[in-house]
Design a protein around this ligand. Structure first.
Ligand SMILES: Nc1ncnc2c1ncn2[C@@H]1O[C@H](COP(=O)(O)OP(=O)(O)OP(=O)(O)O)[C@@H](O)[C@H]1O
Ligand SMILES: [Mg+2]
Length: 255
């Protein structure tokens, strides 16, 4: 299957700081790309570039061969890109359903009628396990439900590319396992998922391939197993104990 989204030599500099420095990668349908690396490695900035939230200093972005370099977020949304944010950005004074309905009104296949958008919202809420919280205000939700809401809003856009930025931070094992199952089911529908996460076990459990960023550059890429045993990655990020635990579990469960 041909690549859908291609980043070619993508860079983003802030003054003298090279937050993203010459990154090339492709996103394929029905795959999960895990994106890991130390704090400040450039993971969020790379997602920002690939969703139009930041403009690259250099490099190109192609979606289905169409040049979207420097395009605005709504152009990326129209091309099928949806994302969650490391610092969640729900409309806190709206209800859960109203938040998710906004997702159905934008994106690659926006609903024209509000009733249709609401129906799509209800289906997504059902899928993420929030159907019984549809009328709750976001401010009333526990953190695990807010993360599911973020995911639901992105799914309501019917994305072809789904970027998840630290969706699991601070969640308990049971909540993590539920979200991992959802990510797998989204991938199985043909979506290209980019999964940025410090919960490395979860990344290894769900990713087809893993890219390790360090100081804006790709330090390593490979299968989860290759990355878990890569000496450079162990030195820069994982540490030796993690690699040993990965081996003992034989790849293992997400949490
Ligand atoms: N708007 C900005 N202006 C200046 N510097 C920035 C800006 N955004 C990010 N940076 C810097 O770019 C580098 C990469 O940041 P980024 O947030 O992409 O890292 P990250 O890999 O997502 O880190 P974390 O794991 O902590 O979320 C950091 O040094 C950060 O301080
Ligand atoms: Mg980040």
């Amino acid at each position: 299957m041909s690549a859908l989204l291609e980043a070619d030599g993508l860079s983003r500099h802030f003054g003298g700081l090279k937050a993203v420095d010459g990154v090339s990668l492709t996103l394929d349908p029905g795959t999960v790309l895990g994106l890991i690396g130390p704090n400040g490695a450039g993971k969020t900035t790379l997602l920002n570039l690939m969703s139009g939230c930041e403009r690259p200093s250099a490099g190109r972005l192609l979606v289905d061969g169409r040049d979207l370099t420097g395009a605005r977020p709504w152009a990326f949304a129209g091309a099928g890109v949806a994302r969650t944010f490391q610092i969640g950005k729900p409309f806190r004074r709206l209800t859960v359903a109203d938040n998710v309905t906004t997702g159905a009104l934008y994106g690659a296949e926006p609903e024209r009628r509000r009733s249709a958008a609401r129906a799509r919202c209800d289906a997504v809420l059902d899928r993420v396990g929030l159907a019984d919280r549809a009328d709750a205000r976001v401010a009333e939700l526990p953190v695990a439900a807010v993360r599911r809401l973020e995911l639901a809003r992105a799914l309501a856009q019917r994305p072809r590319f789904l970027f998840l930025d630290e969706l699991l931070a601070g969640l308990r094992a049971a909540d993590i396992a539920g979200i991992i199952d959802l990510i797998r089911s989204v991938r199985d529908e043909g979506v290209a998922v980019v999964f940025v996460e410090h919960v490395v076990r979860a990344v290894f459990a769900v990713s087809d391939s893993v890219v390790v960023l360090d100081q804006g550059r790709i330090l390593a890429r490979g299968t989860p197993d290759e990355i878990a045993h890569d000496e450079r990655v162990i030195g820069a990020y994982l540490g030796r104990r993690h690699a040993e635990r990965h081996q003992a579990r034989g790849g293992g469960e997400p949490c």
